[in-house]
Design a protein around this ligand. Sequence first.
Ligand code: NDP
Length: 465
Amino acid sequence: MSYDFDLLVIGAGSGGVRCARIAASHGARVAIAESRHWGGTCVNLGCVPKKLMVQASEYGDMVDDSHGFGWTSTRGTHDWGKLMAAKDREITRLNGIYVSMLEKAGITLLTGHARFVDGHTVRIEPSPLAPDEAPRTITAERIVIATGSTPVKPDIPGAELAITSDEAFHLPQRPERVVIIGSGYIGLEFAGIFAGLGSKVDLVYRRDLPLRGFDEEMRSAMAEAIDARGITQHRHACSTAIAKEGADLVVTLDNGQRLHTDCVFMATGRRPKIDALGLENTAITTADNGRIKVDMNSETAQPGVYAIGDVTDRINLTPVAIAEGHNLADRLFGKGPARQWCYATTPKAVFFSPPLATVGLTEEEAARNGVVDIYFTRFTPMRHTLTGRTRKTVMKLVVDQKSQKVVGVHILGDDAPEMLQGVAIAVTAELTKADFDRTIGIHPTSAEELVTMRTRTRETPKAEG
Ligand code: NDP
């Protein structure tokens, strides 16, 4: 049986593009189908525009902070339209880079929505990216689904009045008041963006602390940082309805409160994007949340069809999707050993201001394995000794007492993600507290605290059960 291609990748996001490029570099005949944006969520509706907007939101405070250093600058006003236009220009540039990178690699680009006809055949139909393109049918020996994820809204009355991150990147103007529902990555990052640009932000979440799943002590530190940023937190609260009242939107909470606002932003998670993929024409199976089920090798229940990235709902982060795509292409088409990654020490960052970055185990997770030594420090970073801004840096080392390996590092503070990337190598390499101790610090930095925390803050006993 001969196929049009050795590999067809569905979805030109971070994972799909890496998979296609590596497969092509191994000599495979590769095609990639994309229905919406070259570069996928990360480039168009995620990491890249988000980070640019976070950076935009930090300049106002920087102007105020400069006064402590003798400057007399004034904030002025922020031009939202100019920011959106600048961001869109950069994204268009990146879209072009993705297309030329794929073309240079000899990959066939198929614009349109891909739908399975069977396990080796896909129909490419018109989509927003190519509304006038004639449908065509493609066959491939192997197919990789890399279609990513899409935001979800809770099913409450008036949910259609709320936006998600998809729309937040293209608002015609900045809302003066925003109610954000959800305190995960997206909720916190956009709360920080809007607050920094001058909006009044109400953050509504149903737990005691934001960022479920992160280290408890760091969650508390983040809650304080949210307060310090002037954001109003509504804990233990769920939105039950959204309604339009005159010019206002009104969010009703289950505690009886009614919040008047200009914009309701649902940051309530994402779901795998499998709509109209024609999975029913294959043996592919999905979980209740729509996640495509895969084995250790990223292969679905349909032999020869694989899935990587958010559509599999494993660790939903761009670099993980890239790693999965690269590893899969190496395994399918490479001559040598496939490049491997350590997913257990995947570093994570929440780009609030200040950001939180973390690698390895939380204190609670580590204590399930045995007694833990905790090294904790909280200090005013040097810059803020002159600015007078209430902004603390918090650092925490989680050390397995028996082996003395540093099994987790957590930092909340300016530049935390930049500091943490290097530390993630140390944690991946399973270095010990003694290795941290024998490393000379860089003075004067906040990062040097990572190698100068000499006195154990406390011992955490092994958790029961
Ligand atoms: P998260 O899963 O991180 O957070 C979802 C939030 O919504 C939680 O606070 C959750 O509450 C709440 N929530 C969920 N359902 C409801 C509901 N019905 N009513 C009220 N609250 C609800 O999702 P995000 O949308 O923030 O991000 C999706 C994923 O995208 C992340 O998990 C991450 O993998 C990735 N991402 C990564 C970024 C980064 O690396 N910086 C940036 C943005 C996204 P509870 O905790 O109580 O369940």
